[in-house]
Design a protein around this ligand. Structure first.
Ligand code: SF4
Length: 188
């Protein structure tokens, strides 16, 4: 299949999901960019929950991210905490209210309905192909991977069955290794 055919499918999917997401967000008083920020914060780890990482991941300007975070904080959907060692850095966490609201809009009803028609095997096949496309696109264009921690070359298993990050030299929990990270580097 030619590259432009793949592009057409991905673009159409993106358009449909954007429209559905916008409609779902409107019902709950959320703009598309606010949903994107909440979704990122729900899947990133503690090394990636900063305004700078949000900016990098979503490809937005610092001003847009700053403004969006202020609105979400005012709506009590997230909280800010200063870093323990560097007070210039703030970490942003979803509040319980933020998590509950996000669960109502992501994934959207249209997407869930489509997945219910597909078998588990077919869903796994599609996920695998999309992951391959995403990984290839990131590597081919020398972009930050923001991958899942368990697939990072700095992630090592400890003797006790836990995990350890060799980059920041800190232990990682089972939950930590399921999250995405701005420092992620793929295993070769
Ligand atoms: S192992 Fe990699 S992905 Fe995980 S926290 Fe460390 S740098 Fe990030």
């Amino acid at each position: 299949m030619k590259a432009n055919h793949i592009y057409d499918y991905v673009e159409r999917l993106g358009e449909l999901l954007r429209v559905d997401s916008r409609q779902a967000g409107t019902k709950h008083g959320l703009q598309p960019v606010q949903i994107e920020v909440l979704h990122y914060l729900a899947i990133c780890n503690r090394y990636s929950d900063t305004p700078m990482a949000v900016t990098e991941y979503l490809g937005l300007t610092k001003g847009t991210v700053s403004q969006t975070l202020k609105v979400l904080e005012k709506k009590e959907l997230l909280t800010k905490q200063l870093d323990d060692t560097d007070k210039r850095i703030s970490h942003i966490k979803l509040s319980t209210k933020g998590k509950n609201l996000l669960n109502k809009v992501v994934p959207t009803t249209m997407f869930v309905t489509a997945c219910e028609v597909l078998s588990d095997e077919k869903q796994s096949d599609i996920a695998s192909s999309l992951k391959q496309l995403l990984t290839t696109l990131l590597h081919a264009n020398d972009l930050k991977t923001f991958g899942v921690c368990s697939s990072c070359r700095y992630n090592s298993e400890t003797e006790g069955g836990g995990y350890f990050c060799k980059l920041v030299e800190q232990p990682l929990s089972v939950d930590d290794v399921q999250l995405i990270c701005r420092e992620h580097e793929s295993k070769v």
